[in-house]
Design a protein. Structure first.
Length: 210
């Protein structure tokens, strides 16, 4: 995986959000979660959970450090099951797919024919952002628009062309620079984790005192 190239594509995607003219789109295309987002969220998960078994050991917590170590990879798999999402578009439909190992845990994804799409409905999130849902003619359910993929502006042009929906005002849920800042903060948190674990292991950090 050429992460540098994908991150550059992700950042350059901002500049192409407003198309300056018609563009030929290939009949099929796929979009994966941005490596920048994968790296940031994975690093944040590690920074938040790795210290827990060490802290449980030195503070005599009721939760066993062994149990915490066993749960860490399970949480990591759950995180990566979401980060492995892929969007596939072709002449007939748009689909969200997952690798087979994710499907084995019951996460199946979805597909929706272009002619079934009637609108993109915005909805506010608890964090102040906006997500969008595809509405279908059958009205059986709403389908969440993937908003963290590399090439988001190109995906919007597919939706505009194939479903005949104006996507000019649709923007990614978070801009790449936001994840760059979060990644930098996560790096600082990891340094604090390393220091705290080292101090606890050498007995210089009296976490169990009192």
């Amino acid at each position: 995986m050429n992460m540098t190239s994908d991150i550059a594509d992700d950042i350059a995607d901002i500049a192409t959000d407003v198309a300056t003219g018609p563009e030929r789109l290939p009949p099929t295309d796929s979009f994966k979660i941005s490596p920048l987002i994968q790296l940031t969220l994975t690093s944040l998960y590690i920074a938040l959970v790795i210290p827990l078994p060490f802290l449980a050991a030195v503070t005599a917590a009721p939760v066993s450090p062994t149990l915490l170590w066993a749960l860490l990879p399970i949480g990591g798999l759950a995180l990566w099951s979401g980060l492995s999402e892929r969007v596939v578009v072709n002449e007939a439909e748009i689909a969200v797919t997952y690798p087979r190992w994710v499907q084995a845990f019951g996460r199946r994804g979805w597909s929706l024919p272009w002619q079934e799409i009637t609108a993109l409905k915005p909805r506010s999130t608890g964090q102040g952002g906006i997500v969008y849902y595809f509405l279908s003619r059958s009205q059986d359910k709403a389908y969440l628009l993937p908003m963290r993929v590399v090439g988001f502006a190109r995906l919007m042009r597919y939706i505009d062309a194939k479903a005949d929906i104006d996507t000019q005002d649709v923007r990614p849920l978070a801009q790449p620079w936001m994840y760059v800042i979060l990644l930098a903060v996560t790096g600082l948190l990891l340094l604090v984790d390393i220091w705290a674990i080292a101090q606890a292991q050498t007995g210089l950090l009296p976490l169990g005192a009192g």
